[in-house]
Ligand binder design. Sequence first.
Ligand code: HEC
Length: 190
Amino acid sequence: MKSTVTAGMLALGLALATAASAQDQAAEATAAPAEAGAAAGAATLPDGRDIAPAKMENGRWYTEDDIPTYKIEADGTVDYATFSGYRRYSAECHVCHGPDGEGSTYAPALKNSVLKLDYYQYQEIIASGKQEGSLVMPAFGTNKNAWCYVDDIYVYLLARGTDAVPRGRPAKRADKSDEFTAQEDSCMNG
Ligand code: HEC
């Protein structure tokens, strides 16, 4: 059974408004009001899934239900995993799925797919691939450059799908933690 997900703490609209204003006012970020800091990264998806970051493990943020998620500070700084996801997406997925999760004439816009698919369905498609007619999504389960970052790509796409991050390379990111590096090394070399 999939995990049970409850309605989120704050309306998506509030989080989106906060993210948008954080981008617009990046230069004046220090002036961001206190409630903007609380709202940044707290959101529910249109289907009611709570994607608010609740805990950090191995340098990555997770929801209460242990699903990977992003965390964006009020000044627009993205957590390291989201930045990593941007880079890995650009290296491994962009060629077919288009820049910034926007889709192409060949493959769907993944920023929308992650709002429709749950995390486990997303993971399964990347591990095993998918084929409908002549369209082929390759399996990435044995490609460490993609598979070791499958959660990072997921949180990046979630952030794109909820407009928490704009198109392009995130301007500000958190530092890479020792925990993140340790987990990455064990996946890449394991
Ligand atoms: C060689 C081209 C190609 C590459 C590279 C590729 N994909 Fe795909 N992907 C596709 C195609 C084509 C589909 C649609 C397949 C179908 O519907 O049968 C697809 C479908 C998907 C879906 C399902 C989307 C939905 O809405 O059902 C997900 C999720 C996905 N890809 C993730 C990824 C990720 C993540 C990466 C990078 C690690 C990636 N893909 C790299 C071609 C590609």
